[in-house]
Design a protein. Structure first.
Length: 311
């Protein structure tokens, strides 16, 4: 046999060393690989074991020293966890009959979520020699933050539901505004801007037929009024536009307004918009305001100048 040249021999040695250094994969070991997340921690993971044949569990996250819980542990010759907690070895005794199912649960040592993972060991003629377990952890703090956010949202929903139930309990027609003190002998006051109101220079909109409203709101003696603005807005841009947010700006500050804009306004067309809010009576008397409307992306705005309300 002809000897290999030195260069070829070096390449062969290097390839052999690289193969030995390559980590085991499912294709090489023939064993299963499980990925555990918070959402999949409770899923059943079936692993085959055989009497007299060892099965090695390889964890990428350390397991607690006292965190291995095995059903009928006395029927195993060996249940050992490595010092670093990454390797768990199981060696069943010969008295286990085929088809027997046993539960195995391990707890991880880092305190993150998921805290544990479970397996269903099935006695089978062909055992899994190696099982790899990868965990994608989620910290307990992130769960706490999510829980607190859900609580806040739930409380907001309860408040909104209570308000809507209270409103549903009011009589309909004119009786409703009267009972809620939104309509009294002063009536609902309106101010009509027949020619519309000017918009900020450079905005591709035009207003016409703007009307502002004010009405008492709350119990007698409370200096609070409910305000609304109704307008027809023409879109002179090249793209449809729909108001998604509204804000009223005055000498005393700026306030978010409830918005009703049911349909996008096509180019060259008119759209009907109504906004509404509550303000202290002193703010209403403080002079003219600016009504700012903008779309969901916050790119195109329509800013009406000189909005005043009737007293």
């Amino acid at each position: 046999m002809r000897a290999l040249p030195p260069t070829a021999l070096l390449l062969l040695v290097a390839a052999s060393a690289q193969a030995l250094a390559r980590p085991f994969t499912e294709e090489m070991t023939g064993g299963p690989r499980f990925t555990v997340t918070a959402d999949t921690a409770s899923e059943s993971r079936q692993v085959r074991i055989s009497p007299g044949v060892g099965t090695l569990f390889v964890f990428d996250t350390p397991v607690q020293r006292e965190g291995v819980f095995l059903e009928q542990r006395e029927r195993f010759r060996q249940v050992s966890l490595s010092e670093d907690g990454h390797l768990l070895t199981l060696l069943p005794l010969g008295e286990l009959s085929m088809g027997t199912r046993l539960r195995l649960t391990v707890r991880f040592a880092d305190g993150e979520v998921p805290a544990s993972v479970g397996f269903l060991l099935v006695v089978h003629p062909q055992a899994e020699h190696q099982v790899e377990v990868f965990r994608l952890p989620r910290s307990a703090d992130s769960y706490k933050q999510e829980f607190e956010a859900v609580q806040v949202e739930a409380q907001q929903c309860k408040t909104q539901l209570a308000r809507e139930r209270a409103e549903c309990g009011r009589p309909s027609g004119l009786s409703g505004p009267i009972v809620s003190h939104q309509l009294d002998w002063h009536g609902i006051r309106a101010r009509r801007f027949e020619e519309g109101l000017p918009l900020r220079r450079g905005e591709a909109f035009r207003s016409v037929g703007v009307t502002s409203y004010s009405a008492t709101n709350g119990n007698p003696g409370e200096e609070v009024v409910r305000l609304a603005v109704e307008l027809e807005l023409a879109n002179h841009g090249l793209q449809p536009w729909r108001a998604a947010n509204a804000e009223l700006v005055g000498p005393g500050g700026r306030w978010t307004m409830a918005l009703w804009a049911p349909e996008p306004i096509p180019p060259g067309k008119w759209g009907h918009i109504v906004v509404e809010m509550e303000l202290p009576l002193s703010e209403v008397r403080s002079g003219s305001h600016v009504l700012k409307l903008w779309d969901e992306a916050g790119v195109r705005t329509a800013t009406l100048l000189g909005v005043t309300f009737p007293e």
